[in-house]
Design a protein around this ligand. Structure first.
Ligand code: SF4
Ligand code: ZN
Length: 320
């Protein structure tokens, strides 16, 4: 069994790229150092931020909520709340919502749950069905991603949040990077930094990713060590998306060439710098143009009509 490179106790984590091994105690210290470095380096938070943690009930976002609650003991000006968007995915979301509710009640965290059904009138399952019947070309993750981001921003603003923290980890970021390379979407790549939204539309709440430099494997270990990883449910739609294939490809690559995920993150950071220098792409928001105010719903948008309203129009579920 590998021994901790710091203290010689049995290791629970070995970094294959560097050969460094860590026991439980030193893993948690390493994890904390890494996240705090990201928070400091990119100035993710202000001393008096009202932080809405976007939680799905999965291991990454639960770890983030747990981590920020701990960190907030050293940041008395912070106010932390939790925000969950329930898309309405049968056989999946109800379990993660249950786990979320157990956690926020145990830790006395203020929270809000926003449901597709209440806000849009339909669950994601119903929307996917309507999309199929209408012959629309979108995958479930497209409806889900667009509507979730839309509702999250709206709810966070209504809750008075000054910043939304999401549980995206390094793996998520480089997967998105690769997906955008495949679709030649350099404008989207320019916005893959750890912060999005400063200086954008006044109704847009700033979004930050504290786990930007943390591997998925590491958030999983953090979740296990803190009793947050009680099961693994997989969204029934996940395997239909391109992300699933990209994820598998990157994991295989990392297995054969340890360290390749960090290299890809560095490559992304260089790409962002180059794009910023070109000045052709704004890095300030989530979308391509704008900012506009959606002519239908009044929410911030990259186009005169926001993507959420466009999709709802195509689905025929928008009451005008
Ligand atoms: Fe939504 Fe796709 Fe994630 Fe499922 S896998 S929760 S459909 S984005
Ligand atoms: Zn709209």
């Amino acid at each position: 069994m590998a021994k901790c490179s710091v203290c010689g106790r049995p290791a629970i984590y070995v970094m294959r790229a560097s050969g460094m091994a860590l026991c439980e105690k030193h893993f948690l210290e390493y994890f904390d150092r890494k996240v705090r470095r990201t928070i400091r380096r990119y100035r993710l938070f202000n001393p008096h931020d009202r932080i809405a943690v976007a939680v799905s009930g999965g291991k990454d976002s639960m770890s983030l909520l747990h981590y920020l609650l701990r960190l907030s003991r050293r940041a008395p000006g912070w106010k932390i709340t939790a925000l969950l968007v329930d898309e309405g995915i049968r056989g999946y979301r109800e379990y993660t919502v249950e786990r979320f509710l157990r956690f926020v009640e145990e830790h006395s965290v203020e929270y809000r749950i926003v449901r597709f059904k209440d806000e849009v009138g339909y669950t994601l399952d119903e929307i996917v069905k309507i999309g199929k019947e209408r012959g629309l070309p979108y995958l479930p993750c497209t409806y889900c991603g667009v509507l979730r981001r839309y509702l999250m921003n709206k709810a966070a603003r209504e809750m008075g949040a000054t910043v939304v923290a999401t549980g995206h980890n390094l793996d998520d970021i480089i997967q998105t990077y690769m997906m955008n390379v495949l679709s030649n979407s350099w404008d989207k790549i320019a916005r893959l930094g750890p912060v999005s939204g400063p200086g954008q539309h006044p109704k847009f709440v700033r979004k930050v990713k504290p786990f930007y430099e943390v591997l998925e494997k590491e958030t999983t270990i953090y979740a296990v060590l803190n009793g947050l990883y009680t099961g693994f449910e997989e969204c029934p739609y996940a395997r239909l998306g391109v992300r699933w294939q990209v994820r598998r490809m990157l994991n295989e690559l990392e297995e054969r060439t340890p360290g390749v995920k960090y290299s890809l993150l560095r490559s992304l950071q260089t790409a962002i710098e180059i794009l910023e220098k070109c000045g052709k792409v704004s890095t300030s928001g989530e979308e391509e143009e704008g900012p506009y105010t959606c002519a239908i719903c009044g929410e911030p948008s990259a186009h005169p009509i926001c993507r959420a309203c466009q999709l709802r129009l195509e689905l025929g579920i928008l009451k005008l």
